[in-house]
Design a protein around this ligand. Structure first.
Ligand SMILES: CC(C)(COP(=O)(O)OP(=O)(O)OC[C@H]1O[C@@H](n2cnc3c(N)ncnc32)[C@H](O)[C@@H]1OP(=O)(O)O)[C@@H](O)C(=O)NCCC(=O)NCCS
Length: 197
């Protein structure tokens, strides 16, 4: 495993990242989750995160190359008659040529510290079953019995239908005070159709 030093790690609001960083993020996303057409590297900078989600970006560069990325998204959700400030890990990815070197662990740890130091009531997101152990080791336990849906709308994405594991952590007193609302339940994110975490 190569040695990674923390001076390569940056953490800042996505909206404050440079055009180059945003292009590199879009390219990395396309590398690990290819879409039919690659992001344009000229003209308009591709927006990876909906500005409404107030994204924070944690990323590692080496020699001007973006190697690993994790975003923290923020939203407010209403569940069981209560309002909760929620943070989600999203877009966790490492350049395929640099995987299995501990890079995503570094960005996920940095993103986790961001969430822990924020005003969030809960941390909530989904992951592939094969990565549940990785997130559990990073402090993000799987919430068995919890289903996550994009919204109540017909056609909204759902953790069950996508075959994803829901990861949930209660962070604030407010959330702990309503802990039972987060067991054996379905949580709606209230997101526009097509969006999910
Ligand atoms: C998943 C991904 C981000 C891991 O990045 P990485 O930099 O290779 O991960 P790390 O080297 O930091 O490994 C961290 C841990 O995850 C484990 N891990 C890494 N890739 C894994 C995989 N594909 N399946 C299962 N475990 C994996 C490692 O063994 C390590 O565990 P350990 O600390 O117990 O040894 C990377 O493979 C990737 O970009 N995949 C495509 C995008 C994706 O699926 N993102 C996750 C969305 S939930």
């Amino acid at each position: 495993m190569s040695t990674i030093t923390s001076d390569l790690l940056s953490i800042l609001p996505y909206q404050q990242t440079s055009e180059q960083v945003r292009r590199d993020i879009a390219l990395l996303m396309h590398q690990v989750w290819p879409e039919p057409s690659p992001p344009s590297m000229e003209g308009l900078v591709p927006e990876e995160h909906d500005p409404a989600l107030d994204a924070f970006s944690c990323f590692i560069y080496r020699d001007n190359r973006l190697l690993s990325y994790a975003a923290v998204l923020h939203l407010t959700l209403t569940h069981a008659g209560q309002t909760f400030r929620m943070a989600a890990l999203s877009c966790v990815a490492t350049d395929p040529a640099y995987q299995r070197q501990g890079l995503s662990r570094l960005v996920v740890n940095a993103a986790t510290r961001c969430i822990e130091n924020s005003q969030s009531d809960i941390g909530l997101f989904t992951c592939d079953p094969s990565l549940a152990l990785f997130y559990a080791k990073a402090g993000w336990p799987a919430a068995l019995g919890v289903e996550l849906i994009g919204s109540q709308d017909v056609g909204a994405l759902s953790s069950k239908e996508l075959g994803k594991v829901v990861v949930l952590r209660l962070l604030s007193q407010h959330a702990h005070g309503h802990a039972t609302a987060f067991t054996n339940t379905c949580i709606s994110l209230g997101l526009p159709l097509g969006q999910f975490v």
